[in-house]
Structures are given as C-alpha cells and as structure tokens.
Design a protein around this ligand. Structure first.
Ligand code: UDP
Ligand code: MG
Length: 314
C-alpha cells in the first residue's frame, strides 16, 4: 500500500465522515492505494459510532484504533503510526484544517526525490491572535537556545514520511512525547513546504492557552536539561558576591576602624557563601539527575539511514 493517513480524533463526530469523503475524492482522482488509520482518542461524543459507520460503508481502507480514555494527540499519533501499513505515512488532523490536496503535493515530492525522507508543512501565515503568535515565536527561540535538537518555527505535525522515519519514531519509546522534537531528533532529510491552514470544518479546537503552555513546558523538559543547571549558575553568582561583599565591606570597616562591624560582615559573608555552596551542590545533583533522565528515556543510541554491506558478503 502506498499511503497511510494517520488521523487522531478527539470529539470529531461532525468531522470524520466529511474528512473521509474529502480524502476519497482527492485520492481516488490520483489513483493512489491508501488507508485511513483513525485513532479515537477517548472521545466523549459519538466519534467512535461515526467511525464504525464509515468502516462498514467505505471501501475497506479504514482502520480504527480506539483508546480506553483520552491519552492526548501525541499518544494517538504514536498508535496510528504503529498500526499504519503504508510505505508512506502522513500525520493529518481530522478537522480539515489541513487539506488532503497538500498531502498529494507531499507524496509527489517524495516520489520524485528519493533522497528525501520526509516532507513537512509549515504555516506560512499564522491565523491566530497576535499574543499567541508572540508566545509561539518566543517559545521557538527559547527551546532552540536550550536544546541540542533544532525546532523549526511554525512547523506542524502535518507531514508525510517514509517507513524508515516511522520506525525511527516508534523506536523512541519515551512516555512524555513531544513530536516536534522527536521528528527532528531522529534526523533524516526533511523538506519544508508552506501551507495555508483552513478554518476548522466543525467543532472547536481542543487547545486552550493553559494546555498550550503546559505543552510548551513539556517540550522544553523533554528536549533540554538546561533548567537543572540553574542552581549551579545562581550558586556561583552567590559565592562570588559573598567574597566581593567580604572584600568591600571589610575594607570599609578597616579604613573607618569600625571593628564592631567586622563581625556582622563575617556573618553575612558566611551566610552568602554557604547559600552559594548549597546551590552549587544542588546543581551537581541536577547534573547526575539529567544524565539519569536521559538514560531513562531509553532513546536509540543511533539511527542509521542506510547500511551498505560489502559487495561480496555471503
Ligand atoms: N486531538 C486528539 N486528542 C486530543 C486533542 C486533539 O486526538 O486530546 C486531535 C483532534 O481531534 C484533531 C487534532 O488532534 O484531529 C488537532 O486538534 P485541534 O484541531 O483541536 O488542534 P488545533 O488545530 O487547534 O491546533
Ligand atoms: Mg485543528
């Protein structure tokens, strides 16, 4: 099979049938063999009923994975990729904000360029409020400055990739998933194409500002251990300040022969110094914790794009 569309669905009862009919219209015209892997992410509405109806009526190219509760879009994408059978896999939302026509363009790019592994769409123009755009662009600056992984501004999960990429993504078994980071971490040759986000076909977005903020923090924590180094930096600053304080205040006391004050100076100096030493110690523990954290994620040590064996190997 050529293509699997992985579609996470959470309370999308009004959209799934429409989504499928649009996909069918576009892909039948192209003559691709394709399937839709719908992942019902514990919807509270009749999404599952709608999906089962589609499954009964459609061309036999619908696969449904239904979760026992809401696990979130990241988990839904993982499950969809795991169950997809196509040579190419496309991550796409159920609300038709991302058009199937764009997927055709992605597939064509992958067909004509064998050296490409992934074609990802990025939003050329954001339709969101100024404040949200401000937070989002600063989030990209922040995460890129504290993480070794590169995050492309405006890149969405909307992308099509080869099976090799899918297998690499599945080999990242971490529980707190941040797919923008995972897809960048695994490497491979990715091309970014601009696309225009459409209005939602029906229903409303599941993302509130609070949820987005939490997601951003999760993303930083999943791809950076820089916050664990904050105590070390603060501790060093405090220790340096303590010595400066001792030097300056001590000198003033000596010059003005105010020996009463020297005792206070020493006490404050020791307080600052001990505080600094404690923070540095916490930072050292943080360093080890960071290493344990990285190890605990059990990420693959490397991902090979290809291995070329010797010609006369038997
Ligand atoms: N979604 C999901 N689980 C969730 C939240 C969202 O599977 O907990 C799905 C949702 O059904 C949609 C896609 O993820 O297909 C994107 O969600 P949404 O449209 O709410 O996000 P937005 O487009 O506003 O970023
Ligand atoms: Mg949407």
């Amino acid at each position: 099979m050529k293509l699997s569309l992985v579609v996470p669905c959470y309370n999308e009862e009004q959209n799934v049938a429409l989504f499928y009919s649009e996909v069918k219209r576009v892909f039948d015209a192209e003559g691709y063999s394709y399937e839709c892997v719908f992942v019902n992410d514990g919807s509270a509405d009749n999404t599952l009923g709608e999906l089962k109806k589609l499954h009964a009526e459609a061309d036999g190219n619908i696969r449904i994975v239904s979760f026992s509760r809401n696990f979130g879009k990241e988990a839904a994408m993982y499950a969809g990729i795991e169950h997809a059978k196509g040579d190419l896999i496309c991550l796409i939302d159920a609300d038709l904000q991302q058009r199937p026509e764009v997927v055709v363009g992605m597939v064509k790019r992958l067909d004509e360029a064998p050296e490409l592994d992934c074609v990802a769409a990025f939003q050329a123009e954001r339709r969101e409020s100024g404040l949200l755009t401000f937070f989002k662009s600063n989030f990209y600056k922040l995460i890129n400055s504290v993480s070794d992984t590169t995050f492309v501004q405006g890149a969405s999960d909307f992308r099509t990739f080869r099976r090799s990429v899918a297998e690499a993504v599945l080999s990242m078994g971490e529980y707190h998933r941040f797919s923008k980071g995972i897809l960048s971490w695994v490497g491979f040759n990715t091309e970014y194409i601009p696309y225009e986000v459409q209005e939602r076909a029906a229903g409303e977005s599941k993302w509130s500002f609070k949820k987005l903020f939490k997601y951003a923090i999760d993303g930083i924590m999943a791809f950076s251990t820089a916050p664990l180094a904050i105590p070390t930096v603060l501790g060093i600053i405090m220790a340096v300040v303590s010595f400066l304080y001792l030097g300056i205040d001590g000198l003033i006391s000596v010059i003005s022969s105010d020996f009463e004050n020297i005792r206070d100076t020493l006490i404050i100096f020791l307080l600052l110094l001990i505080g600094g030493i404690q923070l540095i110690s916490i930072g050292i523990i943080g360093k080890y914790l960071a290493k344990t954290y990285e190890q605990g994620k059990n990420r693959p040590i490397y991902i090979a794009r290809e291995v070329i064996e010797p010609k006369n190997d038997d």
